[in-house]
Ligand binder design. Structure first.
Ligand code: ZN
Length: 243
């Protein structure tokens, strides 16, 4: 297995991994998660095993291959998850009008979850919103399906886009559910276009939500008098388009 190319190849691979990690952490806003920490431990272990294998006298080709597969798979999963959160976070930031993040629920949280709410924002005792919203695993998956180019008007897409818009309004500092729901609904086009849809596609989704899903919301999420075209909470007064 010894070759004159082994040393530079390993050095280049290690440099590439470290640069990529630094780039993602500094410029893309990756956050530390349990999986990311495990992955970093895996990379460090892999580096040490590879060093021993190629430069020392501890040959463990099977362990090396197995660990490479595991580290690669975990890396892809984590990259996909963090990229999804960044994509959704950019849409939330646009609607919240300040830098905010989206955290998608992990598999473990999903399995023990019995709550009904698809998203949440914590508020401090002083009434200040947190800088991140926590979105349930299903809603994140539906939103990412939309972001990856499936712009069909479905219940799942409408719910997911509205949840992100709704929580982004909470992140602006609003706590009233009926007002947040009303502003959220009117910001679905903004979220949809930030996820790659055209304004027309986004409007179709908002129309669907308003007609089919808004009427099913609990009473404290609705205010039919204020939340209507040309009513008090219409954010595009004078524009016939609603919501
Ligand atoms: Zn809410």
């Amino acid at each position: 297995m010894e070759s004159t190319y082994a040393r530079p190849a390993i050095a280049i691979a290690a440099a590439a991994i470290v640069s990529w990690m630094a780039y993602e952490a500094l410029f893309q806003g990756f956050h530390l998660s349990i999986r990311l920490v495990l992955w970093l431990v895996g990379v460090a272990t892999l580096g040490w095993l590879a060093y021993e294998h190629f430069f020392g006298d501890d040959y463990r080709p099977r362990t090396l291959v197995a660990l490479t597969v595991v580290v690669g798979a975990v890396g892809v999963l984590e990259y996909r998850a963090q990229s999804a959160e960044l994509t959704l976070g950019r849409a939330a930031t646009y609607v919240a009008k300040r830098p905010v993040g989206v955290r998608c629920q992990g598999l473990l949280g999903h399995m023990v979850d019995i709550g009904q709410e698809l998203g949440s924002v914590y508020f401090s005792a002083e009434g200040d919103p947190a800088d991140v919203t926590h979105i349930k695993r299903d809603a994140c998956a539906w939103a990412m399906d939309y972001a990856r180019g499936n712009h069909h008007v479905t219940r799942d897409h409408a719910v997911a886009i509205e949840v992100i818009a709704h929580e982004s309004i909470h992140l602006r500092g609003w706590t009233s559910e009926s007002l947040t729901e009303c502003y959220g609904m009117q910001n679905m086009v903004e979220v949809a276009t930030k996820l790659g849809a055209t304004p027309t596609e986004g409007q179709r989704l908002a129309d669907f939500y308003y007609r089919m899903l808004y009427p099913l919301m609990p009473d404290d999420y609705r205010n039919d008098a204020e939340c209507a075209n040309e009513a008090k909470w219409d954010i595009h007064k004078g524009d016939p388009v609603w919501p």
